[in-house]
Ligand binder design. Structure first.
Ligand code: C2O
Ligand code: CU
Length: 487
């Protein structure tokens, strides 16, 4: 359900309020068994269309041109990175036959999609790993429309870094039809002088810092990606950060796109796409109208790492101007849970690490330094490492507040499978985000508070999306039990 914005803010507010009241009448979400709060509209069940889209994804080593003129050894789905774009209409079913031709086990996770638990693609938790030569069939009807992505969930520090990911777009027929609807999967690669991927996917350096940051940004698997547009054109651009560790802050120069969705779901209020940090896993959909007097190339770059944007793609404007379709910029229903800021958290998750080097005596450290052997290093959540991790428990339909404390000097994009959440505070200051998320970035020593409306029963993984951090311990379970008291 989407409420169109009108130029008159008051009218929008009335419509939005009416929609929220209408929803409360149907769904309730409780908080500590008392006050009913606005339920998220996304828990409304999807009506299946009966349409099934079948894909066969073959994971295998191959080579490809990230940069023109060099062949890089990659691991891909169906011979290219990204793999095929999966694009369906809301209500359609996706069936994917994964065939593993890699030298090691694999699986696919559908990032941001509230799939049934058995389809979530976490080896050892929701399915056995898919061994070389084996196949596995995934089938689900995405309950939410929006921009999602799929990626390997086995040794992501190598498998995602080698190219095993792709886009999933679930189109909402209730949303306006943009003349151009494009997906940009932004990735960051650590390559050597010969154009090959740095083979040290388990680098100690990357592990105890913020993961594997590269120096080569690609969009849809290549440098020099250009979106062709005409003056006056209205574009829906879906940007996904698929990097193993690098954060990107998209900069559109003199263009002024407006955010319409974050992490898949429509935002409650549109805002300019300026200074938005997309951590690994995050998505942002923007509505962009090319000015009618524009001509030439517009550089889109990353401004997270430097003061000058680092180009990752271009929008090339040429030709006669076209008619700009007039429709309100889409917004969605977003429940307001900001009032929970003063409540006690239901769970606190502390991010820290265990370092054999740090625990050693100074003589031992000297030896370790000389031998460049630093011993074990693990990332911990509440002092424990996956799979011996703590389990956070929740009951379906009971709103929870989770406090996440980063006691480390590194950054951690925390991702929750199976549910969306709302970020309500950073360092105990309200953030007033009018949208949902499935991934939130904590920078060094930051504390955040999120509110989750547990909507999907199951044992869901919560982990850092810096792949090497997750691989070395940084994951735990979020267990959602059915509400047995409900009639
Ligand atoms: Cu996109 Cu568990 O991950
Ligand atoms: Cu991390």
């Amino acid at each position: 359900m989407h409420i169109p914005t009108t130029p008159k803010r008051a009218a929008t507010a009335v419509v939005a309020l009416a929609a929220i009241l209408a929803m409360v009448a149907v769904f309730t979400i409780v908080r500590s068994g008392d006050s009913a709060l606005a339920a998220p509209s996304y828990i409304e069940p999807v009506t299946p269309t009966g349409e099934v889209h079948e894909y066969r994804l073959v994971a295998a080593p191959t080579s490809g041109a990230l940069v023109e003129g060099t062949e890089t050894d990659l691991w891909t789905y169906n011979g290219s990175t990204p793999g095929p774009e999966i694009r369906i209409t809301h209500g359609d079913t996706i069936r994917v036959i994964l065939e593993n031709n890699l030298p090691e086990a694999t699986s696919i996770h559908w990032h941001g999609i509230r799939v049934p638990h058995a389809m979530d693609g976490v080896p050892g938790l929701t399915q056995p790993p898919v061994e070389p030569g084996e196949t596995f069939v995934y089938e689900f009807t995405p309950p939410d429309a929006g921009t999602f992505w799929y990626h390997s969930h086995q040794r992501g520090n190598e498998q995602i870094a080698r190219g095993l990911y792709g886009a999933i777009v679930v189109e909402d027929p209730a949303e306006p039809d943009y003349p151009v609807d494009a997906v940009w999967l932004v990735d960051d690669w650590l390559v050597d002088d010969s154009g090959q991927l740095d083979p040290d996917f388990d680098s100690y350096e990357d592990l105890h810092h913020s993961g594997r940051w590269g120096e080569l940004l690609t969009v849809n698997g290549t440098t020099g990606t250009t979106l062709e547009a005409a003056p006056g054109q209205r574009i829906r651009l879906r940007i996904v950060n698929t990097a193993n560790a690098r954060v990107i802050r998209p900069d559109f120069g003199s263009l002024d796109p407006v955010v319409i969705a974050m992490d898949g779901l429509p935002v409650g209020e549109n805002f300019p796409a300026v200074d938005i940090d997309l951590a690994p896993g995050n998505r942002m959909d923007v509505d962009l109208t090319i000015p009618t007097d524009a001509q030439g190339d517009f550089v889109v770059g990353d401004r997270y790492t430097g003061s000058e944007p680092i180009e990752f793609a271009r929008i090339s404007v040429a030709g006669d101007s076209v008619d700009t379709p007039e429709f309100p910029t889409p917004v969605g229903d977003v429940a307001d849970w900001s009032g929970l800021i003063d409540d006690q958290p239901d769970h606190t998750v502390t991010i820290s690490f265990f370092s054999e080097f740090a625990e050693a005596t100074s003589e031992e450290q000297d030896e370790m330094l000389a031998g460049e052997q630093f011993g074990e290093f693990l990332w911990t959540l509440n002092g424990r490492v996956w799979p011996d991790a703590e389990t956070l428990t929740a009951t379906e339909g009971e709103l929870q507040k989770i406090r996440i404390v980063n006691e480390s000097g590194q950054m951690h994009p925390m991702h929750l499978h199976g549910q969306f959440f709302q970020l309500i505070s950073r360092n105990d200051e309200p953030v007033n985000e009018r949208h949902y998320r499935d991934t939130v970035l904590l920078t060094a020593f930051q504390t955040v508070e999120i509110v989750v409306a547990p909507s999907d029963v199951g044992n869901w993984l919560m982990h850092c999306h810096i792949q090497i951090h997750a691989e070395y311990g940084m994951a735990m379970l979020y267990q959602v039990e059915p509400d047995t008291a409900a009639s």
